[in-house]
Design a protein around this ligand. Sequence first.
Ligand code: FES
Length: 101
Amino acid sequence: MPLLTILPSGKTVEVAEGTTILAAIRTTGEKVPPECGDEAKCGACHIFVQEGRKTVSKMQRLENERLDAIVGVGSKSRLACQTRIGPDNITIELLGFASGL
Ligand code: FES
């Protein structure tokens, strides 16, 4: 199974392919901000995918529209609730968490 590494804590967790990144984060005990129920409405789950951007699911219109409204978004930005883990390991950074609120 692919390995998810979470920065800045450095926690790692094995995750089944197809799991959303937010679901995986919840299993690690990382603090997760108030959220919209994984519907790409709140932007609370904004993360940066530092490694493995090509292995995760492609961005869909709803996620793209929500990210457009968040300050500080960059080329590595994704919404963790909308992004599914692919076959390879990835590293994400939580510094964008709650920035979309
Ligand atoms: S949890 Fe609200 S946009 Fe991801």
